[in-house]
Design a protein around this ligand. Structure first.
Ligand code: SF4
Ligand code: SF4
Ligand code: FES
Length: 254
């Protein structure tokens, strides 16, 4: 039977070393208790090439499954955001092989029929809500799937807005849905066909295509690394609490 609590000797050792025991793919390691699972993996000697991206809870690359001692619950989370606990049993899912429809967004109609034809499996949803309970972003996954089933693309897009595509909902779904791929289809349809166009974005894309920034980009590519670092540090950054009237002092790139 797996060990779930520390023995007296181990507790004394933890006090002395400040390290806690965890299991990574069945192997026991001692790691500092303040680390995230991702940092603990590296502390234990793993080199993260897959299953690791932004390290900030945004990219969804670090989906992790774990169980805590004494608990029947299989828990999930992002390894860059979840802190280790003693005797956690941990494994990572670097990639979840979900069924991904391919389409040209320019040829689609923003209707429920489109969503149903590309992802007909959404109608197999049994409403168990396991997806919602598995989501590390606290998204009501069942709700956005229900909206997609009803053909309400706007609501499906809005409800799924914070999705980081980690795949944990799909990993636990008894009906084998790829919820996050349905969600991104809805967000694409909503953004392309239903939301008002961002005029400034269109203007900027046209300027890019016309080569407005070519010379600047070439100059940057020829700049020495130290100078690049200085330019980066000194760049004008929009303040975190800026309101919508904020504008940069240098408007030459707008
Ligand atoms: S886990 Fe699957 S079947 Fe259950 S509610 Fe979510 S989408 Fe539906
Ligand atoms: S909806 Fe699914 S893929 Fe998106 S963040 Fe939640 S669990 Fe991950
Ligand atoms: S590494 Fe990007 S969300 Fe964890």
């Amino acid at each position: 039977m797996a060990q779930t609590t520390q023995t007296k000797e181990e507790l004394a050792e933890t006090k002395e070393t400040g390290l806690i025991p965890i299991f990574i793919m069945g192997q026991k390691y001692e790691v500092p208790p303040s680390l995230t699972i991702q940092k603990a993996l590296e502390y234990a000697g793993y080199q993260l090439i897959r299953g690791c991206g932004c390290r900030g809870g945004i990219c969804g690359a670090c989906a992790t499954v774990y169980r805590k001692p004494g608990s029947y619950r299989l828990e999930v989370g992002l390894s860059c955001q979840t802190v280790v606990e003693p005797y956690m049993y941990i494994t990572q899912i670097p990639f979840f092989p979900a069924n991904k429809a391919t389409y040209d967004i320019n040829l689609l109609e923003p209707t429920g029929e489109t969503v149903a034809s590309l992802y007909p499996e959404i109608f197999k949803c049994i409403g168990c809500n396991t997806c919602t309970r598995s989501c590390p972003m606290d998204i009501d996954v069942l709700e956005y799937i229900s909206q997609a089933i009803r053909g309400n693309i706007r609501r499906a897009a809005e409800e799924s807005f914070d999705c980081v595509m980690c795949g944990l909902c799909a990993a636990r779904c008894p009906s084998e849905l790829a919820q996050y791929l349905t969600a991104i289809l809805c967000r694409r349809l909503y953004a392309k066909y239903q939301l008002a166009k961002a005029e400034h974005l269109e203007k900027q894309v046209k300027a890019l295509e016309a080569g407005k920034f070519e010379a600047d980009l070439r100059a940057l590519m020829q700049t020495k690394e130290e100078q690049l670092k200085t330019l980066y540090k000194e760049r004008e950054v929009e303040p975190a609490m800026a309101d919508e009237t904020w504008e940069p002092k240098d408007k030459s790139h707008l």
